[in-house]
Write a protein that binds this ligand. Structure first.
Ligand code: AMP
Ligand code: GLY
Length: 423
């Protein structure tokens, strides 16, 4: 098998790390990849949305399978692009087609899907510029805090939660009338605030069958104690200690099964990962969002806990035979701590030399935003390197992650010292 991974983050490095352990793998390509993936396969300087260049590369290099990391190319229809092309249509793509990817690409679409299939979620209504007065009236019926969500993709910044109704109205104006998030906020979903603890469930489906992957919890805020701005994720833990059998049964019966069935009923072919963001309110989980891909940094703790050959797992997705696969999960806990550039998630500088990578022992090093300049590994993004460790419990695993984070250094390096603080 020759496999091409699309993406360049820690998620893609973790996938590359796992795929490269397979005997079935002949050659691995990552487009565009990072310094970490260049050690496991060949980095190709092609952007994830450059479908013509991807086609050209796949055909001239005999690639047999494409694995899509981020949501962007999925929402833009990379899978459909393959299916519509005579030469490409037999090459499996792991990731849903465009219509199903709208589950992440449009919050309104996702909410309507959940309503139609009776999947527990926050009460909501959606509004546009012409219905802004109705939106104000709807807000008056809600209790604070107020949750406003730009309908479309807004690079993880499209959700705003405000305590004060006047502030919420001003924010709504800037989203709907001033297009704060461009076309992404032409429609805004306003929803009930759910008070509880978050967790994520990952599902792999071939469109007919599904497998539940390990649960994970990430830490999105930049500051300790979950304060400050949202980031892509500062650390993660798998499994989630409070996701016991009772909760997991409710999630599987009321959320996972109706989601996979709903996709079938709605005629939305889906071969890929479904990342379900949940909030546990009281004893029950409700859905806050769907993503049509794996999470980052959740992948850095979920993938290391899967014992199967990942190429075989993806082949089963492609052949629609996931029901025959026996998924084996490592009992240990995995934790990851993300090191980030100074200033992130605001402005930050790049190309800072990273030292200490070679000194890391007993942890996995997943590069997120790095590149090579000659032999030197330098920073190339807000999130730089994730350090993943195993342990008998999350505290043990975190000890190892933090011991190794302390060996890394680059100018401005920052990380959260309190991953798991709320567990
Ligand atoms: P999303 O982009 O939908 O994941 O939202 C980003 C974050 O906003 C989530 O991870 C939650 O922390 C928070 N959030 C979203 N929707 C709600 C809600 N209805 N109630 C409380 N918090 C929410
Ligand atoms: N860590 C959150 C995400 O990947 O969306």
């Amino acid at each position: 098998m020759k496999i091409l991974i699309l993406g360049s983050g820690g998620r893609e490095h973790a996938l590359a790390w796992k795929l490269s352990q397979s005997n079935i793998l002949q050659q691995l390509f990552v487009a565009p990849g990072n310094a970490g993936t260049s050690k496991l396969g060949k980095n190709i300087p092609i952007g994830v949305n450059d479908f013509e260049a991807i086609k050209e590369f796949v055909l001239s290099n005999g690639v047999n399978m494409v694995i899509v990391g981020p949501e962007d190319p999925l929402v833009n229809g990379v899978h459909d692009f393959f299916l519509m092309n005579e030469e490409l249509k037999k090459i499996p793509v792991i990731g849903p087609q465009k219509h199903a990817a709208t589950l992440e690409g449009s919050k309104e679409f996702a909410k309507e899907f959940m309503m139609r299939h009776n999947i527990p979620t926050a009460q909501y209504k959606s509004f546009t510029a012409t219905t802004i007065d109705e939106a104000y009236s709807f807000m008056e019926t809600l209790h604070p805090p107020y949750v406003l969500k730009a309908d479309g993709l807004a690079a993880g910044k499209g959700v705003v939660i405000l305590n004060n109704i006047e502030d919420a109205k001003i924010e709504l104006q800037s989203m709907l009338l001033d297009q704060k998030f461009g076309v992404a906020s032409k429609t805004v979903v306003i929803e009930e605030f759910l008070d509880g603890i978050e967790l994520s469930v990952f599902v792999l489906t071939d469109g007919e069958n599904y497998k539940l992957l390990p649960t994970a919890k990430d830490y999105k805020r930049i500051g300790e104690g979950d304060t400050g701005l949202n980031t892509g994720g500062m650390g993660a833990i798998s499994p989630v200690p409070f996701a016991d059998n009772v909760l997991m049964t409710q999630i599987e019966e009321q959320i996972v099964k109706p989601t996979v069935e709903g996709l079938k009923i709605d005629g939305l072919p889906y071969k890929g990962f479904i990342f379900i963001g949940l909030i546990k309110v009281g004893e029950k989980a409700k859905v806050i969002e769907y993503n049509v891909r794996l999470g980052d940094p959740e992948t850095e703790v979920v993938i290391p806990r899967i014992k199967n050959d990942l190429v075989s797992v993806f082949q089963a997705v492609a052949n629609q035979s996931l029901n025959e696969l026996d998924l084996q999960i490592d009992e240990r806990t995995a934790t990851t701590v993300m090191t980030v550039s100074g200033g992130y998630p605001g402005n930050y500088e790049k190309e800072k030399e990273i030292s200490g990578i070679d000194a890391i022992e007993d942890s996995l090093v997943f590069h997120a935003g790095t590149k090579l300049i000659g032999e030197k590994v330098v920073t190339n993004g807000g999130r730089v390197i994730a350090i993943t460790s195993y342990g008998d419990n999350f505290k043990e695993a975190l000890k190892t992650s933090y011991k190794n984070v302390s060996k890394l250094s680059f100018e401005g390096m920052n990380f959260r010292e309190d991953i798991g603080f709320d567990l």
